[in-house]
Ligand binder design. Structure first.
Ligand code: AMP
Length: 217
């Protein structure tokens, strides 16, 4: 399965991509996760990306594309992948086409998960996670039993720096200006399917699986 999960920040792409990748036996490749891991390790890539991430801006295309090119060459990606958070600009989409054709392959399916802006702000600003075990929460829709503490291990929950309201609004602005046009790019090529990203996680997952079946790829 070669799948690109497309959509604004907060649409639930990461959550869905993780489940889909496990179900279909392919790696989940999230450019945001790769940057955050690089940052935790203090590598130059991570430190460089941090400046852009903290400001809600996109990391430069050349950096992202080089990183994805390398990641797709890893062995586990031979059987396919679920890409989450890439491509985010037309230049990245063009570079991605070039990477694929260099390998004698072409774009698989692109599923766009659509959610209204105000709902995205609510979801992102309420998001919390456990820095120790990775459990995810939302202050309104999935609160921990004790406010601010992880149900599983009791650690203090944290908020991603770029989930503060000011940065969230900037990320949505950047999405609308630079990333939304990528959907039209794929629509013109006949590979885009739009699905409703509102409602529960299992409902959205069902819609994605149906879209995958309908396309038969
Ligand atoms: P995400 O976890 O996908 O929301 O990504 C977090 C941040 O990482 C974004 O706000 C960008 O600063 C950066 N980032 C992730 N993927 C890309 C990409 N494909 N192009 C540029 N920047 C990216």
């Amino acid at each position: 399965m070669n799948l690109v999960l497309f959509g604004p920040p907060g649409a639930g792409k990461g959550t869905q991509a993780k489940v889909l990748a496990e179900r279909h036996g392919v790696p989940h490749i999230s450019t945001g996760d790769i940057f955050r891991a690089a940052l935790r390790q203090g590598t130059p890539l991570g430190l460089d990306a941090k400046r852009f991430m903290d400001a809600g801006q996109l990391v430069p295309d050349a950096v992202v594309c080089g990183m994805v090119r390398e990641r797709l060459r890893e062995r586990d990606a031979e059987r396919g992948y679920v890409l989450d958070g890439f491509p985010r600009t037309i230049a990245q989409a063009v570079a991605f086409d070039e990477m694929l054709s260099a390998d004698g392959s072409s774009i698989g399916k692109v599923i766009s998960v659509e959610v209204a802006d105000e709902e995205l702000v609510r979801r992102l600003t309420g998001r919390r996670s456990c820095p120790v075990c990775g459990a995810a929460y939302h202050v309104e829709s999935a609160p921990p039993k004790v406010a601010g503490a992880c149900d599983a291990c009791g650690s203090a929950l944290v908020q991603r720096e770029d989930d503060s309201e000011g940065v969230v609004r900037k990320r949505l602005e950047v999405y609308n200006a630079q990333t939304r046009p990528v959907a039209a790019y794929y629509q013109d090529r006949g590979v885009l399917q739009r699905i409703d990203g509102s409602g529960s996680i299992p409902d959205v997952l069902d819609r994605i699986e149906k879209a995958l079946e309908d396309g038969g790829r």
